[in-house]
Design a protein around this ligand. Sequence first.
Ligand SMILES: [Zn+2]
Ligand SMILES: [Zn+2]
Length: 246
Amino acid sequence: MKIKFLGTAHGVPLKDRFCSSTMLEFENCYYLVDAGAPAVDLILRDGKDINDLRAVFTTHAHLDHTVGLIHLTNLMSWYYIESSADFYLTNDMQKASYESVISAGGQRNFVYPERLRFHVTDPEAPYEDENIKLDYFKNGHMNNSYSILVTDKTTGKRVLFSGDFSGMLALSDVPKILSEQEIDVFVCEMAHFGVKELEPYLDTCKAKSVYFTHVFPLDKYDGIEALKDKYAFEIHSPSDGDIIEF
Ligand SMILES: [Zn+2]
Ligand SMILES: [Zn+2]
């Protein structure tokens, strides 16, 4: 699996970081997990064909994880008319809002439900196609918020996206799979709790590597750096544009 970090900022963009978005690249198509960054701009700058976008999965409704979908789906509606993709939002209100904000642009800005397929995520019936399979773990950040595990069906490699967790991890909502199974990559937010609150979960973490994004306040990067001496697994804090393959 090839992953490109499109946006690694916390809830507010920085001078060198967009908000949360990650691209998963496969031979015949690509996917996004969250779209808080200007997704369509970054896809085009990357030289990708909009028609090769297969699906977008969101961890929760906050705009720092979703706002890029508006421009992306708007352009897919009237300009990239050969494009077709699935968009998984996490509640009915956001699905309806996105559909209406696109339609509000007038006659040419219309949601074509056969091409632009907006869904409300059903964690009991997760997405699966020939490349990937998803598993959702409900977390306590807000109503209908999830951590998402993506499995590459060809290689069996797995990446877990934390989404956003509860404040100070008070709801103990780090998915248990992290301590129970050896997943390849854990992409973990670092804005709603301190390094100290996360350490008990890292102590039992079986992931081969952990990538910290969505970091706030920024001096927490020093705390992340210090973790590198403590744990056997790899620890990284990626920048926008960084690519990993595993
Ligand atoms: Zn967030
Ligand atoms: Zn959030």
